[in-house]
Design a protein around this ligand. Structure first.
Ligand code: UD1
Length: 342
């Protein structure tokens, strides 16, 4: 019998792409999502791509009674916990929203993992835990500084919560995956990022500008100490991120882990500037993008990119998509969304 994996935040951007890869690898999936920044349409997209329908619940993971009901109905063997808020700027403006949602949901997940003896857990962490790094590329041994935003702090706290919990519950095997900047869409163009709220991450803003939803893209800062003055990030294709979840789960299921809690970076290792990202988009789409250089955005780090060799070595993970593919799939998805709305 195939194992049933609970995916929290399963109709979200990374959650839905991960369900596709879980299905492709023979897992059964139950999803819980309150659609606070996503749509149930994602389940249709998953079905179009894999031919499989997700068993799904529309509920808040913080609501432990509802979550308990789900655990009672299904024999869950592993949990991938995505459900969280993720906008850095919003977290600065409304910190309690982030502390409540991102922490309470993890408390529910950990408590129920204990109650129902579910002992495999993958946690969605973020490179934002590294803050303003002083030495690049950044690896998992880098000491974590004071967080730059409440969002980043919730990810630091989440990691510590799991580590503390694993110490007293040695049966629990857990991994935190620190994503750099996940972008792009499924290679079919049938599933991608559809935030309910206005896009504010770079690639959705690029494609929204190209399609005319946003009149002009503003580059946040053009005088940083980088090769072209714009910020540098490690963009990684969402399906590569999704793959890593399946590999991390198998790593735990196969008992290949030597410690019961570990962290892994997920990035390509390539630093790409905002201007380089825009030019990659222009090249693959054949579109000229309307952009201007504006003032820096508060809370932005100058440059960050990953040393992901640990995930390569222990999980057997490699990236399949480069920046051109990230842009090509993001653009394909944006056009498909526009086509469907006609
Ligand atoms: C941040 C976090 C990341 C988190 C993500 C969630 C860091 C280093 N990374 O990513 O862990 O998962 O938020 O939202 O904190 N940009 C523009 N114009 C725009 C939009 C963005 O110039 O309209 C620039 C930004 O200044 C930045 C780059 O594009 O240099 C990427 O920005 P964005 O996509 O928002 O992601 P991060 O802030 O890097």
């Amino acid at each position: 019998m195939s194992a049933t994996i609970l995916v929290t935040g399963g109709s979200g951007y990374i959650g839905s792409h991960t369900i596709i890869e879980l299905f492709n690898n023979g897992f059964d999936v139950v999803s819980i999502d309150n659609q606070s920044n996503s749509s149930v349409d994602a389940y249709d997209h998953i079905e179009q791509i894999t031919g499989k329908r997700v068993v799904s619940y529309s509920a808040d993971v913080c609501d432990i009674a509802q979550l308990r009901g789900l655990f009672s109905k299904h024999r869950i063997e592993g949990i991938i916990h995505f459900a969280a808020f993720k906008a850095v700027g919003e977290s600065v403006e409304d910190p309690l929203k982030y502390y409540h949602n991102n922490i309470a949901s993890l408390v529910s997940v950990l408590q129920l993992s204990e109650e129902f003896n579910v002992n495999k857990l993958i946690f969605s962490s973020s490179c934002s835990v590294y803050g303003n790094v002083t030495s690049l590329p950044v690896d998992e041994n880098t000491a974590l500084p004071k967080a730059e935003s409440p969002y980043a702090y919730t990810k630091q706290i989440g990691e510590v919560m799991i580590e503390n919990f694993c110490k007293v519950h040695p049966a629990l095997q857990a991994v935190s995956l620190r994503y750099f900047n996940p972008v792009g869409a499924h290679k079919s163009g049938l599933n991608g990022e559809s935030p309910i709220n206005k896009p504010n991450n770079l690639v959705p803003v690029i494609t929204a500008t190209a399609i005319g939803k946003i009149p002009q893209l503003t580059i946040y800062g053009g005088e940083y100490p980088t090769r072209d003055g714009t910020c540098v990030r490690d963009y990684i294709h969402v399906s590569d991120v999704a793959d890593a979840h399946v590999l991390a789960l198998k790593y735990l299921i196969d008992g290949k882990n030597s410690v019961n809690y570990d962290v892994f970076n997920l990035g390509t290792g390539n630093g790409v500037s905002v201007l380089e990202a825009i030019h990659a988009f222009e090249k693959v789409s054949g579109q000229k993008l309307n952009y201007r250089i504006g003032p820096p955005r508060e809370g932005d780090v100058v440059a960050v990119y990953s040393d992901s060799s640990k995930a390569g070595k222990l999980l057997g993970w490699t990236c399949k998509f480069d920046i051109d593919e990230m842009m090509r799939t993001a653009w394909l998805w944006e056009r498909n969304v526009a086509e469907r709305k006609k």
